[in-house]
Ligand binder design. Structure first.
Ligand code: ADP
Ligand code: MG
Length: 559
């Protein structure tokens, strides 16, 4: 049963490996950051599982990460005493990419290095970055709770396949050995490795240890901590540099790029907690995957409790990354407690306020950044008013739309902008929903608005119909679809216009009757409309009817 098995990487893994090695070489130091980040995650996972089964610690609850090197063998070794992996987990986690949409994502790669390097960032570089500097990687691991003979050894040269064998491995957790490529000897150096760790991994809240060295600069059997090993978020804001904030983000968010913005707060009073929350600069490619884990980690007094705590952020803020650290929850908090807990609810409400405040600040003071934010996450924010009733007005303020005011599909108009431009006598915020920006822009419903110079918001995202069914008013102004109900625009404009309209209605009476009898039951009503200026007629829906294109969509789907 100790035989060695050879397995093929999933096609996408092969592509990822190839790309990684070729496009990230100028950034090669990051391999260590990624492997340390994984080691740290593995320790977090052990802590979480040990909440319900403390025996998993196997009398060794001092979690730590070690980095070592062997000049003669030309290897670097990263070891953790975290959760480890069993055989299936190794195959799942190291041989495959399980995220849905992966294939589609890879089909977008252009072969152009700089472009693809960005995409790779979006994907997350992770474990495979080891192959930037190594031509062979050996990972040996034993899962917490299993016996020594259940160790697993994985090895690959990063081309197309890997081997797997069952081995005796008494130590719990994972050891990764990098056999360095020719020419990468700079990393076989104590000072160099410490420098990389301090640059990229100083913020890891666990101790990262390296061997102490004697007077002759030879390694000894004693270990010393080389990072700060303190929780970054627990330090005062003014003692944390921008670079430290960014490095920490890359670890918690598994992101390769810098964050767009962050908010760091210590809340005191009857409830105490610290939150450090980040807005990424790029949406992950699977942002709309319902199973995508939430990105906020829960800590209790610096001790990791759980990842992706759904209870800590509403769905429409699922792109937020970071940590919330409570001083009030018990350390032995259970999953059940997390499900319904007043303290959690309060932390969530407070954190949502902080995020909305951060976004408001960006919109006001850093419009370029806000534009980036809106392009990446706007469609998710539009889920907000339907999900978060309490913050509806504040979310509405953050919304951006295309409108008849500018000749562009870009969503840049805020509701405040709109209200400031309203015509004298105008009481409503007019909008139209359609399948595409162009369909909205060319709708005949807009003719009269154009003629009168009244601005109309042009909505064409899939989520817009849902948004508008939850947004009724903003700053006391009701929303009105230009395709629904009776539009009374008579107050906007002159009295002469009104008289003119009445005259036309009188003259057309006979025609209306004839059309009505010709169409019979096909229509509910035929009316003289003042909403058109160029087209002869259009179909109008009752206030409560579904928008026309939604009906068409449902019909096409066979309803
Ligand atoms: P990510 O960390 O974003 O999930 P990686 O490519 O870095 O992606 O790692 C892939 C997976 O391999 C991890 O999610 C984890 O399940 C597993 N893994 C990697 N390193 C370790 C480790 N040291 N201990 C346990 N599991 C690990
Ligand atoms: Mg990782």
């Amino acid at each position: 049963e100790h035989h060695k098995e050879t397995l093929e990487f999933q096609t996408e893994v092969k592509q990822l490996l190839h790309l990684m090695i070729h496009s990230l070489y100028s950034n090669k130091d990051i391999f260590l950051r990624e492997l340390i980040s994984n080691a740290s995650d593995a320790c977090d996972k052990l802590r979480f599982e040990a909440l319900s089964d403390p025996s998993l610690y196997e009398n060794d609850a001092e979690l730590r990460i070690r980095v070592d090197f062997d000049k003669a063998a030309r290897t670097i070794t990263i070891t953790d005493n975290g959760i480890g992996m069993n055989r299936e987990e190794v195959i799942q986690n190291i041989g495959t990419i399980a995220r849905s949409g992966t294939r589609e994502f890879f089909s977008k790669l252009s072969g152009e290095q700089s472009k693809d390097a960005n995409l790779i960032g979006q994907f997350g570089v992770g474990f495979y970055s080891a192959f930037i500097v190594a031509d062979r990687v050996t990972l040996t691991t034993r899962r917490a709770g299993m016996t020594a003979e259940h160790g697993v050894r994985w090895e690959s040269d990063g081309s197309g396949a890997y081997t797997l064998e069952t081995v005796e491995h008494p130590a719990r957790g994972t050891e990764v050995v990098l056999h360095l490529k020719e020419g990468e000897d700079e990393f076989l150096n104590d000072w160099r490795l410490r420098q990389v760790i301090q640059t990229y991994s100083d913020h890891i809240p666990l101790p990262i240890e390296m061997r102490k060295r004697n007077e002759q600069d030879e390694p000894t059997d004693e270990w010393e901590v080389v990072n700060k090993a303190s929780a970054l978020w627990a330090r005062p804001r003014n003692e944390i540099s921008e670079d430290e904030y960014k490095a920490f983000y890359k670890h918690v968010a598994h992101d390769f790029q810098d964050p767009l913005a962050w908010t760091h707060n210590r809340v005191e009073g009857n409830q105490e907690y610290i939150s450090l929350l980040y807005v990424p600069s790029k949406a992950p490619f699977d942002l709309f995957d319902r199973d995508q884990p939430h990105g906020v980690k829960l800590y209790v007094r610096r001790v990791f409790i759980m990842d992706g705590a759904e209870k800590l952020m509403p769905r429409y803020l699922r792109f937020i990354r970071g940590v919330i650290d409570s001083s009030d929850l018990p350390l032995n908090v259970s999953r059940e407690i997390l499900q319904s807990n007043k303290l959690i609810d309060n932390m969530r409400a407070g954190s949502v306020k902080k995020v909305l405040g951060l976004l408001e600040g960006l919109a006001k003071d850093e419009p370029e950044k806000y534009k980036t934010f809106w392009t990446e996450f706007g469609r998710v924010m539009k889920e907000g008013p339907g999900e978060d009733y309490a913050n509806r007005e504040q979310i509405a303020k953050l919304l951006r739309f295309a409108s008849t005011e500018n000749d562009s599909a870009e969503q840049t108009v805020s509701l405040e902008d709109y209200i400031n431009r309203m015509k004298p006598g105008q009481e409503k915020i007019y909008f139209i929903t359609a399948e595409s920006y162009n369909a909205a822009r060319h709708s005949p419903h807009l003719e009269i608005f154009r003629k009168k110079g009244i601005e109309v918001l042009l909505l064409s995202d899939r989520v817009d119909e849902w948004l508008m069914s939850h947004l009724f008013e903003f700053q006391g102004k009701a929303f009105q679809s230009v395709a629904k109900g009776d539009l009374d625009l008579s107050k906007i404009g002159s009295p002469e216009e009104k008289a003119e309209q009445e005259k036309i209605e009188q003259e057309a009476k006979g025609l209306v009757e004839r059309i009505k009898s010709a169409l019979g039951d096909e229509v509910a009503e035929v009316r003289v409309s003042h909403r058109l200026t160029d087209s002869p007629s259009c179909i109008v829906l009752n206030e409560q009817d579904m928008a026309l294109y939604m009906q068409q969509m449902l019909k096409r789907a066979g309803h």
